[in-house]
Design a protein around this ligand. Structure first.
Ligand code: PDD
Length: 293
């Protein structure tokens, strides 16, 4: 069955989905995006993704391409037309098409593309197969709270991870603290048993999955400390995991080739995954969706 994409007001075959060469997203990476998970036919974290999109758009002074309710109709229509029960929805909004010139154009309509992709249903066993992480310097800009399509540093980092046979790269700031993965948030259980993830600031993207895990943890009575942690703390950690709409809650068992804890998925990671899945199945996503930097 052929895939369908939404491009600027039209549902078109994915094969024929194209944008203009003078779209500022293409020319300048002048745009933002969101990635929604679909689980069991339901969009996860709808409100969170919309609020974060609102944050990204307003920080860059890009107009909404349409009203929020209309946008969600298009998102759901793409899920429906592509028969996605489990998978992902990608949404990009750019400042639109205009002759190439750096300043904002006087007149341009924001451009909107929505695509969807199927995956298998969330598989806890696979998520519990721990993955390897490497650490790399964080060479990104200073507004990582904006979900910009300018992802070159993230792309280079992920490629470095692949070439090191690792799943993800954790980026490290100038002070030796881990910010986040190239497309995921980073978590550890320290040697003394604290569950830690970096606090929200302009140095990280506040994950919708991260927010759901924070809320799920409260529900099951697990304390989480939101603070920066160093590479050394991560290497000495008992457990580690990553979160994102694509990876959900995924165990990490090696960092820079060194085993974390006993080298197996830890208890809090296991509980975190269960609590997260139960929480999003019940609540559809995080309820607190207003803190983006
Ligand atoms: N990435 N940090 C970064 C840098 C990210 O790109 C992402 C998401 C996250 C996690 O956010 P969320 O839990 O809302 O997915 C954290 C998406 C999935 C991507 O670029 O494919």
């Amino acid at each position: 069955m052929s895939r369908i994409a939404y491009v600027n007001g039209q549902y078109v075959s994915h094969r024929d989905a194209t944008v203009h060469v003078e779209d500022r997203g293409y020319q300048f990476a002048d745009g933002v995006y969101e990635v929604f998970a679909v689980m069991g036919g339901k969009l996860i974290g709808e409100q969170g993704h919309l609020e974060r999109l609102a944050h990204s758009l307003s920080e860059l002074r890009i107009e909404w391409p349409m009203s929020r309710p209309a946008l969600m109709v298009a998102v759901k229509e793409i899920v429906r037309r592509n028969h996605v029960r489990d998978g992902l929805v990608y949404l990009q909004v750019t400042r639109g098409v205009s002759p190439r010139d750096h300043p904002f154009p006087q007149h341009s309509d924001s451009a909107l593309v929505i695509t969807a992709r199927k995956s298998g249903p969330l598989d806890k066993d696979t998520l519990r197969n721990g993955v390897d992480i490497i650490t790399i310097p964080d060479i990104r800009w200073q507004r990582c709270d904006i979900k910009s399509v300018a992802l070159l540093a993230n792309v280079l980092g992920k490629q470095e991870a692949r070439e090191a046979n690792a799943f993800e790269a954790w980026q490290v700031d100038e002070d030796g603290y881990i910010t986040e993965g190239t497309s995921t948030n980073a978590w550890i259980v320290t040697a003394s048993g604290e569950l830690v993830t970096r606090n929200v600031s302009t140095s990280i993207l506040n994950g919708v999955t991260r927010l759901a895990v924070l809320e799920a943890a409260v529900e099951v009575g697990v304390d989480i400390i939101e603070r920066p942690f160093t590479t050394l703390e991560a290497l000495a950690a008992r457990e580690a995991f990553i979160t994102s709409s694509t990876s959900h809650v995924k165990a990490v068992t090696r960092i820079n080739g060194q085993s974390i804890g006993n080298g197996y998925v830890g208890d809090l990671t296991n509980r975190g995954l269960d609590a997260y899945v139960e929480y999003v199945e019940t609540n559809g996503g995080p309820q607190t969706t207003d803190k983006w930097n």
